[in-house]
Design a protein around this ligand. Structure first.
Ligand code: SF4
Length: 454
């Protein structure tokens, strides 16, 4: 399981989808001048969303118009996720449907990319479903040649451009992971850490900002592990915060998180005051079994630094319930940590074994499903209670709100405060714009603002 995945409601939504993008067809959804069309379907985490953006650029450069339905596409790209146990079954369903459309002459080519493309099952899937192109996460750039563009010289995907011209963009600064968490397939499918050179990151940020991007999110499986030429993540974050009007980063690992980064979040105006720091368990015994590389006390200390440096900030985490070997005592330690840290939100997962991981070999030690469900609800309630209490403190204050998703037909737009709280606000402001509004009420997951004020 990657640290970047999520299970409970989001503090500030970033679209993750395996479904067609909502909304009316875009102008590009008519046939392109070359008459070629392509459909990209994305499964999984933000890294995959970003990889899809890069592939989107390639197909557009190659003259394809993007469509949302398989039956209108000459080329279908399934950009897959391998984190959940049934992920491959799910993709099989899509591949079966695509084979039918191919037999009817509606779809011409199918590409399988992403984490399943890098996994052992890919060869079998390619044979069974006669897939035209299979790419892993490390060689996404090879799609360029497949769609008729000159071969790209890049040796790893972060050099490829990300989303441009939108109000917000992801900028990948590193790929892969050097950890070996017991439950996680990411190091197997994404490989070891590769950091993108500082200059390359900053040039992309400059280009994005010049093109109108107002919100840059630095991405990586362990983003705070970035280093290059003697510089560390905090140096890069500070440089980016001087160039982009609004900056965030995800996902961090507690062992890499430096105190000076936590302080920079508080000091730098353009950095959103939100920290996502996955803890996974409050029990030292479980953290050791999971190979997380830190103890609960060290995690608590990081949070103390964050709360002191960023008193108004929001804190989210990932927690796994029912990892093999988890006892009632381990669960109690997790509840204690949740209480101590006062998370503003948490992505809580029930353990799900992934083939190829160490934890998948320990199925016998998985707690009973009813026990897991009870523990899940206890942790969820504890997080929500904390979050609700903390969110209530925002009621009555006037906040500057960045609009992330515009309102649909008189409904409420979804925005984000500088403290990282998600806010529903009634406004016609468009994504990327700011409004000021008074917070009138709050639930455990979101704040509700009144009409914007001047
Ligand atoms: S640190 Fe690496 S191995 Fe551990 S959960 Fe995150 S991506 Fe997976």
């Amino acid at each position: 399981m990657s640290d970047t995945l999520r299970a409970t409601p989001q503090p500030a939504p970033i679209p993750l989808s395996s479904k067609p993008a909502p909304g009316p067809p875009r102008p590009s959804e008519t046939r392109s001048r070359a008459g070629k069309t392509a459909c990209i379907r994305t499964f999984g985490c933000q890294m995959n969303v970003h990889d899809s953006d890069r592939m989107r650029r390639m197909i557009q450069d190659a003259g394809y118009a993007e469509v949302q339905r398989y039956e209108e596409a000459d080329l279908v790209i399934l950009n897959t996720c391998y984190v959940r146990e049934n992920a491959v079954d799910r993709v099989r369903g899509h591949l079966g449907e695509l084979n039918r459309l191919r037999r009817e002459g509606r779809v011409k080519k199918v590409a399988l990319t992403g984490c399943i493309g890098a996994a052992a099952e890919a060869a079998t899937l390619q044979r069974t479903y006669d897939i035209d192109l299979v790419l892993g996460t490390h060689n996404t750039y090879e799609l360029a040649e497949f769609v008729g563009l000159p071969t790209m010289a890049e040796t790893y995907t972060p050099e490829l451009p990300g989303t441009e011209g939108e109000h917000g963009a992801f900028v990948t600064i590193m790929t892969g992971c050097n950890y070996q968490c017991s439950y996680c397939i990411v190091p197997t499918v994404r490989g070891r850490m590769v950091c993108r050179p500082r200059q390359s990151v900053l040039e992309e940020v400059d280009r994005l900002v010049e093109g109108g991007t107002r919100y840059v999110t630095l991405l990586g499986q362990t983003v705070d592990a970035w280093r290059h030429g003697g510089e560390r993540f905090c140096d890069l974050l500070e440089a980016v915060s001087e160039r982009a009007p609004r900056v965030w980063f995800t996902t961090s690992h507690p062992s890499n998180m430096e105190d000076r980064t936590l302080r920079a979040i508080g000091e730098r105006e353009s950095i959103v005051k939100r920290l996502h720091l996955p803890v996974q368990s409050g029990s030292d015994r479980m953290l050791k079994i999971m190979h997380r590389g830190y103890k609960a006390e060290r995690y608590r200390r990081k949070i103390e630094v964050f709360r002191e440096a960023v008193p108004d900030g929001t804190l989210s985490t990932d927690i796994i319930i029912g990892h093999p070997g988890e006892t009632e005592d381990d669960h109690e330690r997790t509840l204690e940590l949740v209480e101590d840290c006062g998370f503003d939100s948490a992505y809580i997962f029930k353990f799900s074994p992934r083939a190829g991981t160490e934890a998948a070999e320990l199925r016998d030690a998985v707690p009973d499903e009813r026990v897991v469900q009870r523990r899940f609800l206890e942790v969820l309630r504890a997080v929500e209670q904390n979050a609700f209490t903390r969110n209530q403190r925002k009621v009555g204050g006037v906040e500057e709100i960045y609009i992330r998703h515009g309102s649909a037909e008189g409904g409420k737009a979804i925005g984000e405060t500088w403290s990282g709280h998600a806010v529903h606000v009634k406004t016609e402001a468009r994504p990327g714009e700011y409004v000021r509004a008074k917070i009138e009420s709050a639930g455990p997951h979101v704040l509700y603002a009144g009409d914007p004020v001047a």
